[in-house]
Design a protein around this ligand. Structure first.
Ligand SMILES: Cc1cc2nc3c(=O)[nH]c(=O)nc-3n(C[C@H](O)[C@H](O)[C@H](O)COP(=O)(O)O)c2cc1C
Length: 182
């Protein structure tokens, strides 16, 4: 891939709005973490989610070894945590000192206090995909959901939160592009 193609791809994918998570794992008493927006749900039966982890990250080495991980879906007021856990080269020891968290009951992975929701997972399969590994995770435990908290979103290289709801389409109008007949 040429640098131009990569930049173009980044620009395109940057228009795809996502939530923001911090994925975590605990290895030999050390909490590892990484900001990730590649998190998505995969299956309801069984409960499966996935996250893509760049093989060059420190988190990659740790999570491949433990095979278990936590996910904290960040709230709008947790932007500083997203920035921190995306900072390459930050110290591993003490990286959670300013970040309120609890240890997940099933995996010991750090779960951020104040997150919209959390979950704990065990890697059921992983495979190499270019410079990332895709980790498919079986959900072991779901944390509480804060229905009041606004989520932290990422769009066009910026952190955002939700805006007004899109008005619902009235069937038969020019707005109705769903193609679904009611
Ligand atoms: C908004 C945002 C989303 C990110 N999503 C991912 C992701 O899904 N997978 C990934 O491997 N890195 C992702 N990163 C980069 C990692 O957060 C970054 O490389 C981090 O420093 C890795 O931590 P570590 O070196 O301690 O493992 C993202 C960064 C940002 C700012």
């Amino acid at each position: 891939m040429s640098p131009d193609q990569i930049a173009e791809f980044r620009r395109s994918m940057g228009r795809f709005a996502t939530g923001i998570t911090v994925v975590t794992t605990k290895l030999d008493g050390i909490d590892h973490a990484m900001t990730a927006n590649s998190f998505t749900s995969v299956s309801l039966d069984p409960l499966l989610v996935l996250v893509c982890v760049e093989r060059e990250t420190r988190f990659h080495e740790a999570v491949i070894e433990t095979g278990t991980w936590g996910v904290s879906v960040l709230a709008a007021d947790q932007r500083r945590h997203a920035l921190w856990f995306a900072t390459r080269g930050r110290p591993l020891e003490g990286q959670f000192m300013q970040v309120p968290h609890v240890a997940g009951p099933r995996t010991g992975a750090a779960l951020l206090v104040g997150a919209v929701t959390t979950m704990e997972c065990r890697t059921s399969t992983s495979w190499q995909a270019g410079d990332h590994d895709v980790l498919l995770g079986e959900v072991l435990e779901l944390g509480p959901v804060d229905l009041q908290a606004d989520p932290l979103l990422y769009w066009s290289s910026e952190y955002r939160t939700v805006g007004p709801e899109v008005p619902s389409f009235r069937s038969g109008t020019s707005d109705d592009r769903s193609g679904i007949s009611t």
